[in-house]
Design a binder for this molecule. Sequence first.
Ligand code: GDP
Ligand code: IMO
Ligand code: MG
Length: 427
Amino acid sequence: MPAVIVLGAQWGDEGKGKATDQLGQHTDLVVKFNGGNNAGHTVVIDGEKYALHLLPAGILSEGVTPVIGNGVVVDLDVLFEELAEITERGVDCSRLRISSNAHIIPPYNRLMDQANERARGNNLIGTTGRGIGPTYADKMNRIGLRIQDLFHPEELRAKVEAALAPKNTIFEAVDIPTLDPNEVSDHLLSFADRIKPMVCDVSLVVNDALDRGDTVLFEGGQATMLDIDHGTYPFVTSSNPTAGGACTGTGVGPTRIDSVVGVVKAYTTRVGEGPFPTELLDDMGERLRTEGGEYGVTTGRPRRCGWHDAVVTRYAARVNGLTDLVMTKLDVLTGHETIPVCVAYDIDGTVTQEMPLTQSGFHHAVPVYEELPGWSEDISEVRNFADLPQAAQDYVLRIEELARCRISAIGVGPGREATISRHSLIG
Ligand code: GDP
Ligand code: IMO
Ligand code: MG
């Protein structure tokens, strides 16, 4: 299975970092295709915790070439901070490759993110404040800065000046200090020499690797329900974390992809604003948050928690063409007498198993639950599916049935080793 996409099938933080890290051990290239340092991926190796934002989680596996694709937006300050941090911990980062076409998050877009959120007032999105949305907006508006611009200083300066002028006007209006275009350009250009050896044509690098028969893992940030096209718009991020994004975000054709793996939690979480039908606003939500350690890796915000929403998982299986699911955090559900799973939505009296046609319908969706029996045994040391308590097996099998996609691996703890494998994800 030489080309595998790993992506989030809910609202993010499903445990993609752990899944990528695990598969990365059997992989030659790990390619990040969307998003930027809005992502927060936790990887735990031998009890040691790594939090990665911009770098692909595969960077932690020896022998892997980590790659940042053209679909990613790169904050140069964060890139070099994260590289320094990981290098200090003994990880060899010298193989990192970055697309010349990837867009740069300039400092003014962090401020624009703030300005936009302020302007939204009560309708704010609850972004990570990293400048993601404004940078993708500049890209679409064709006023973005790309990594390759760092090697043409005069052009970069002209682009910064043109893009920053209207933004400074907005900053003035909302009492955010304006920025000097020359200072911004000097700052960005100060990274040029350091980044140059990493810059490449990612499409060529990845396609060549596939031609050689190398295994390539495409690592998605964010998730299906945060997708700009397929998520809960406008409460989404500004990229395509869905499977198609792996192709557009790297320059690899869809015919080259062999499998698409969606990662889901055994329950559901969400960070930031927006609809979340199975959200628990009571003590049970608090219990999931505490027992699951549900606090954001990037912003530290408490995550909103709720039961597993199989309508969402089934939808994710459809829009991504999932071949496999990885279910994480089954261990967190230990100790409940029964566990509700959302099997359909009741929307103003009409019951449906499909994603509502309109966003307004989704806001009205009331979950229809099926109560499944729980289990009380500690499952964190289990490594074979058959050794799970029957109720835990049945829980997995029922969600598999509802999602119409096989669940090939199950997480029972944060560590690399804490996984039950049912079907090989990399053949
Ligand atoms: P990502 O953004 O999808 O990579 O996920 P995050 O790293 O933001 O959040 C997932 C959290 O769950 C991290 O703290 C992981 O260490 C942890 N985690 C992943 N898989 C499991 C699992 O199977 N069980 C438990 N208990 N924790 C897990
Ligand atoms: P990983 O890769 C969870 C959410 C933000 C906000 C919305 C838009 O760790 O799963 P943005 O800064 O992207 O414009 O914010 O998307 N969000 C995430 N939520 N996990 C993430 O990444 C997220 N990246 C963005 O909370 O609601
Ligand atoms: Mg995360």
